[in-house]
Ligand binder design. Structure first.
Ligand code: SF4
Length: 325
C-alpha cells in the first residue's frame, strides 16, 4: 500500500466538527505520510444545492484553512479547488456517456437528497456520482478514503472505469476504498455527529462553547442520580474519552463511574480538559493562517497547477482513445 495515489473530496465549509476530524481528516493526514494525496475542495458539487453566492469564496478559503490547520500542510499533499482544474468537468461529461441513467436514479444518496431538497431536484444532484468518479479517475487514483455512505458511489466509479476501459482501451485503475471509517456519535448519543442535527462539537469552538454543549450531553441512561453507578461502556461521553483522554485518566473515569466515585459532570470536565488541549494546536494554527490568507491561496493555486498537469495528461489520453483529437 506504499506510495499509491489517494484522492478525497472536501466540502467547501469551514464548519468542521470533531466527527469530521476523527472520522476523516485524521486518516487523511496519516495517508499523506506514505502516499501521493490529492484533496479537492468540491465547489462544483456544492452548487447542486442552494448556497449563498456572496459568502461562497470565504467558505472555500475557510475550508482550506481548517484542513491545513488539522494537518493537510503544504509539502505533504495537494489541496486545491475543484473548479480550478476544469478537466474534472470535461471527464465528467465523457463519463456521463458511460453511465446508465437507471443506475443514477437508484443511488441511495440521490434519493435522500431529492427528499431533502424536493424543490430543487436538479440534474446536477443526479449526476453527482459521475463527477465524483471524474474527480478520482482524472488522477488515476487507486485509493479513496470513504465512509460507508460513499461506498455505493465508489462502486459506480469502479464500474465507470471498467466500462470506459472495455469500450475505448485501458486507461483507468479501478479505485478501492481505504482507511478505517470511524463513526462518531453526536452529543445526543443517538445519531451520527452532524451539524444539521445540531449534535456536534466544532473543531474551532472555544472552551466555553464546548462546555456549554458538553455539560448537558447524554450519558449512560441508567445513571439518573449522582449516587447511581454507571456503565461507561454504554456511555457516549466515554467514547469521546477514548479519542482524547490519556489512558490513566480514562481508566480512572472508567473505574470511578462504575463505583459512582465521580459524577458525570466531573467526568465531562476531565474530557473537556483533554478535548480542548487536543484542539488548541489546531485552533492556534488556524488563527495563524487567518493572518496570512495569501499563503493559503498560494498553496491552493500551486496545488491546482500541479494537479492540472496530471489532469491534462489524462484528458489527452482519453481524447486520443475516444477519437476526439
Ligand atoms: Fe458516562 Fe462518565 Fe457519566 Fe460514566 S461518569 S456515565 S462514563 S459521563
Amino acid at each position: 500500500m506504499e506510495n499509491k495515489r489517494v484522492m478525497s473530496g472536501i466540502q467547501p465549509t469551514g464548519d468542521i466538527h470533531i466527527g469530521n476530524y476523527l472520522g476523516a481528516i485524521r486518516q487523511w493526514v496519516e495517508l499523506t505520510r506514505n502516499h501521493q494525496c490529492f484533496f479537492v475542495i468540491v465547489d462544483y458539487h456544492a452548487i447542486t444545492i442552494d448556497y449563498d453566492t456572496t459568502t461562497f469564496q470565504d467558505s472555500i478559503l475557510k475550508a482550506a484553512m481548517v484542513n491545513i490547520a488539522c494537518g493537510l500542510e503544504p509539502g505533504t499533499c495537494l489541496l486545491f479547488v475543484q473548479s480550478h482544474v476544469p478537466e474534472h468537468m470535461e471527464l465528467n461529461w465523457v463519463f456521463a456517456s458511460c453511465t446508465m441513467v437507471g443506475r443514477l436514479t437508484n443511488m441511495t444518496q440521490f434519493k435522500e437528497k431529492a427528499q431533502q431538497h424536493e424543490t430543487n431536484v436538479n440534474a446536477g444532484l443526479l449526476n453527482y456520482p459521475i463527477l465524483q468518479a471524474a474527480d478520482i479517475l482524472i488522477y488515476k487514483a487507486s485509493l479513496v478514503p470513504v465512509g460507508e455512505d460513499q461506498l455505493q458511489h465508489l462502486e459506480l466509479a469502479r464500474d465507470i472505469a471498467r466500462r470506459f476501459n472495455r469500450k475505448f482501451g485501458e486507461i483507468f485503475p479501478e479505485p478501492e476504498a481505504c482507511g478505517k471509517s470511524v463513526r462518531v456519535m453526536g452529543l445526543d448519543g443517538e445519531n451520527k455527529m452532524s451539524k444539521s442535527l445540531g449534535n456536534h462539537l466544532g473543531v474551532l469552538e472555544t472552551p466555553e462553547e464546548i462546555w456549554k454543549k458538553l455539560a448537558p450531553a447524554k450519558t449512560d441512561v441508567q445513571r439518573v442520580r449522582r449516587a447511581d453507578p454507571g456503565r461507561p461502556w454504554m456511555c457516549n461521553i466515554y467514547t469521546y474519552h477514548e479519542f482524547f483522554t490519556p489512558e490513566d485518566r480514562r481508566q480512572y473515569c472508567y473505574d470511578q463511574c462504575q463505583e459512582a466515585g465521580i459524577g458525570c459532570v466531573d467526568c465531562k470536565r476531565i474530557l473537556h480538559e483533554h478535548l480542548c488541549a487536543a484542539l488548541a494546536p489546531i485552533q492556534g494554527r488556524y488563527r495563524e493562517l487567518e493572518q496570512h490568507p495569501d499563503t493559503v491561496r498560494d498553496f491552493l493555486n500551486d496545488s491546482a497547477r500541479q494537479a492540472r498537469e496530471i489532469a491534462q495528461q489524462t484528458m489527452a489520453e482519453v481524447r486520443h482513445k475516444m477519437g476526439l483529437r
